[in-house]
Design a protein around this ligand. Structure first.
Ligand SMILES: Cc1cc2nc3c(=O)[nH]c(=O)nc-3n(C[C@H](O)[C@H](O)[C@H](O)COP(=O)(O)OP(=O)(O)OC[C@H]3O[C@@H](n4cnc5c(N)ncnc54)[C@H](O)[C@@H]3O)c2cc1C
Length: 295
């Protein structure tokens, strides 16, 4: 059975841009780390609970389902992309957006070589059909590490159009070269600094009629709005897109409002996810509920 949790030791810290820093992890704990090999693979970083001082871990079964022996609120984690995995050295790079008030972001800024963090087994979402000849990749700063690794691993024949939204021009990074990739940087929007512009940019883009794939990562409401366009206006089939909310702007207020939803509404949401019905149909209903309650 593959190991589910690993202790990762900080080996090095490097400032990539004023908005992002890279930690390199290694150590014995990563000896049996098994990468998925997929460009947007991610892990959870688990931190001690502020009240108990302990790291409470969820139980994760072989199908990836989580349960919480210590109670859900005790488990404290943040999700990050494995930007690079060097199996020969057993090293992982993780790129952290520097932002205010973040448990992981603060830890990444404070930590020193030799500090450790618990991470779990990686998972990935990017899964284009074999026939694609083009892809559209859209990300804000949090999706930039995954987008860079996806680009690095894109087969040569696939044409890539990428849009990356960052807070400032100085937050741009050099991306891996791909002979058939065209990248546009958007500055000064999204990322918690101003309204995102990716929605208007993607809506204005003509998409080829040939087989393709769309991957989007960013703030959850921005991604949700793009999903409406891609799924309901363009009517792209679910296997041709992966649209992932990576973070929530003003998360605490959002969570308070979510927790205040009527009990029956939260129960209906949970029942939807457990129903075994088409995930995208359930997601349509879930998003409609969120929007009904201004979330
Ligand atoms: C699959 C996946 C992969 C991800 N990969 C990466 C990655 O490689 N690098 C990366 O930096 N992030 C990545 N993220 C996003 C990251 O998990 C969130 O930004 C997360 O909230 C950061 O955790 P935190 O503990 O620092 O902040 P939290 O404690 O979760 O949040 C604290 C506060 O910070 C705000 N906040 C959170 N993120 C941001 C942000 N980016 N900009 C401005 N305000 C913010 C929240 O609204 C909240 O108010 C990924 C998310 C997912 C789902």
């Amino acid at each position: 059975m593959t190991k589910i949790f690993h202790e990762a030791e900080v080996l090095a810290k490097r400032v990539l841009t004023p908005g992002m820093l890279r930690l390199t992890f290694g150590g014995e704990g990563l000896a049996d780390f098994q990468s998925t090999g997929v460009g947007d693979e991610y892990v959870r970083l688990f931190f001690p609970n502020a009240e108990t001082g302990r790291i409470h871990l969820p139980h994760i079964d072989e199908n990836g389902r989580w349960s919480y022996p210590d109670g859900q609120k005790a488990v404290r984690y943040s999700t990050y992309t494995v930007r690079d995995y060097r199996s020969d050295l057993r090293e992982i790079d993780v790129d952290f957006v520097v932002h205010d008030g973040g448990m992981a972001s603060d830890w990444a800024q404070r930590c020193c070589a030799g500090d450790t963090v618990t991470i779990n087994k990686p998972r990935a979402l990017y899964a284009p059909p074999d026939d694609i000849v083009w892809q559209l990749l859209v990300a804000d700063a949090t999706g930039l590490p995954a987008l860079a690794r996806l680009l690095e691993q894109t087969p040569e024949h696939v044409q890539t159009r990428a849009f990356i939204e960052v807070a400032e021009p100085s937050h741009e990074l050099d991306l891996p070269y791909h002979p058939h990739a065209s990248v546009t940087w958007l500055h000064g929007s999204g990322n918690g600094v101003a309204a995102s512009r990716v929605g208007e940019v993607v809506r204005a883009l003509p998409l080829p009629p040939t087989p393709g794939y769309i991957w989007v990562a960013g703030e959850q409401r921005v991604v949700r709005s793009l999903r409406r366009y891609i799924r309901h206006d363009l009517r792209m089939p679910a296997e041709r897109y992966e649209l992932v909310g990576y973070w929530t702007e003003d998360a605490r207020a959002w969570e308070e409002r979510y927790d205040a939803l009527p009990e029956a509404v939260r129960a209906a949401i949970a029942a939807g996810w457990d129903s075994g019905r088409d995930r995208e149909v359930v997601r349509d209903e879930y998003y409609a509920t969120l929007e009904r309650f201004g979330l």
